[in-house]
Design a protein around this ligand. Structure first.
Ligand SMILES: [Zn+2]
Ligand SMILES: [Zn+2]
Length: 307
């Protein structure tokens, strides 16, 4: 376990045993109580933002990393009806996608959870690096767009799609939206997005949990997850996440305060004017243009390959 544990007096159970000091909440807690603390926080987030209930069929996007693995395990233990969806992004560098899929398969088997695997190679004819080059966009942006599209399409019989975005992710992207004053993003940013015709409802139950906690949760329970990060990740996303992490290390609870404060004051940014949405002429997916980004990408790839 990378997290430094020490013998301390747990504030929850009052016993002297192995635990950690969570500086963000100024809380000394033993490892056993931490597991409950973490799950309780997720449950509260789900209920507070009306994400879903025990009756709903829930599609959990799982990458093989610590965040989505911790989320899946917590939701299972909390008694929710979940199915895992893993997308193989065909990243050959360091055999990253192959290793990710293997670790997800191992987790699903151990936890006895249903797992559906989707694969980029069945959808686009080139790898994601080339796809990004062809569309002149950041790799993470293109990869994320394809993943959102596939999940939405494949999880059509589910009530909600949940992802493992953490407080680190959400605070990082909020900071980015504020620095560049991307008003549309600022107005849309929220832990849950409601269903709209062909767009499934989406929820982020880890929105108030730090990555330090998802890692600790996985490590205490010895859950299988891939420790290395995507070799293709980069760009502004990584930069803003790092700023948030530095901020939280220097001033514990500042990142939490930043993001929670935003949720509380969100209305000062005004409501987003409902955008005019169309159904994609190719696939029917709800989009702001006549043809959706995914179909546009496929067309561009086709045109480039033909040359
Ligand atoms: Zn305790
Ligand atoms: Zn389309």
């Amino acid at each position: 376990m990378v997290e430094k544990t020490k013998i301390l007096k747990c504030r929850i159970c009052q016993k002297v045993k192995e635990g950690v000091h969570l500086r963000s909440y100024n809380l000394k807690i033993c490892l056993d109580c931490f597991l409950d603390f973490f799950k309780k926080r997720i449950k509260e987030t789900i209920e507070r933002f009306k994400m879903f209930s025990e009756k709903d069929k829930i599609a959990v996007a799982i990458s093989g990393g610590k965040d989505s693995t911790a989320l899946a395990k917590a939701l299972k233990d909390l008694g929710y009806n979940i199915t895992l969806f893993h997308i193989n992004c065909q990243i050959k560098e360091n055999d990253y996608s192959e290793k990710s899929q293997k670790v997800v398969e191992e987790f699903a088997r151990k936890e006895n959870l249903p797992l559906k695997i989707l694969n980029f190679k069945d959808e686009i004819e080139v790898d994601v690096k080339l796809a990004a080059k062809i569309s002149k966009k950041e790799i993470c942006g293109v990869c994320g767009m394809i993943k959102r599209y596939l999940l939405n399409r494949e999880a059509k019989d589910f009530d909600v799609i949940v992802t493992g975005h953490t407080l680190n992710d959400e605070a990082g992207s909020l900071l980015k939206s504020l620095i560049f004053w991307q008003e549309g993003f600022i107005k849309r940013q929220f832990p849950v997005l409601r269903e709209e015709e062909s767009l499934k409802k989406r929820a982020k139950p880890l929105t108030l949990c730090f990555e330090r906690e998802t890692k600790l949760f996985c490590d205490i329970l010895k859950l299988p997850y891939l420790k290395e990060r995507c070799p293709l990740r980069g760009g502004t996303y990584v930069l803003f996440k790092r700023i948030i992490e530095d901020l939280e290390n220097e001033m514990p609870s500042s990142a939490l305060n930043f993001y929670k404060g935003f949720l509380k004051r969100k209305r000062i940014f005004g409501k987003e004017k409902p955008e005019k949405l169309f159904s994609c002429q190719k696939c029917g997916y709800l989009t702001v243009a006549e043809i959706c980004n995914f179909c546009k990408l496929k067309e561009k790839i086709k045109a480039t390959i033909k040359k």
